[in-house]
Write a protein that binds this ligand. Structure first.
Ligand code: HEC
Length: 93
C-alpha cells in the first residue's frame, strides 16, 4: 500500500485543525470576548481576531469607531476601546 505523502499529512493535521479553530473565539467566556461579540457584529459578520496583525487592529478599530459614530451617532466608550484593542492585539496573528 502506498503511504500518504507529506502534503496529505499537512492538510490533515495542520490545515484542517487551523480551519476548525476559526469557528471559536479566543477566551470565549471572558468579558473582553463578550464585549467584542456585542459590539462588532452589528454591521457585518464577526471578524476573527486572528485575521489581522496587532497594528492592523489598531487602525481598523479606529475606523470602526468612526463607522459607529456615523451610523449610531455614538462610538465606543474609551474603556471599551481599550478592552477591545487589548483583546484583539493579544489574539492577533
Ligand atoms: C456601524 C457599523 C459597524 C460596526 C458596529 C463595526 N463595523 Fe467593522 N466594518 C464596517 C464597515 C462599513 C466596514 C467596511 C469597510 C469600511 O467602510 O471601513 C467594516 C469592515 C470591517 C473589517 C474589514 C476591514 C479591513 O480593512 O479588512 C474589520 C476587520 C472590521 N470591520 C472589524 C470590526 C470590529 C472589530 C468591530 C467592533 C469593534 C466592528 N468592525 C464593528 C462597519 C462596522
Amino acid at each position: 500500500m502506498k503511504s500518504l505523502s507529506l502534503p496529505t499529512w499537512l492538510v490533515l493535521f495542520v490545515l484542517l485543525p487551523a480551519c476548525a479553530s476559526v469557528q471559536s473565539l479566543p477566551e470565549q467566556d471572558s468579558a473582553a470576548a463578550k464585549l467584542f461579540v456585542s459590539q462588532c457584529r452589528a454591521c457585518h459578520a464577526l471578524p476573527h481576531p486572528g485575521r489581522n496583525s496587532p497594528d492592523e487592529w489598531s487602525h481598523i478599530l479606529a475606523v470602526m469607531d468612526q463607522r459607529m459614530v456615523e451610523r449610531f451617532g455614538k462610538g465606543l466608550a474609551e474603556e471599551e476601546r481599550d478592552v477591545l484593542l487589548t483583546y484583539l492585539r493579544e489574539n492577533a496573528r
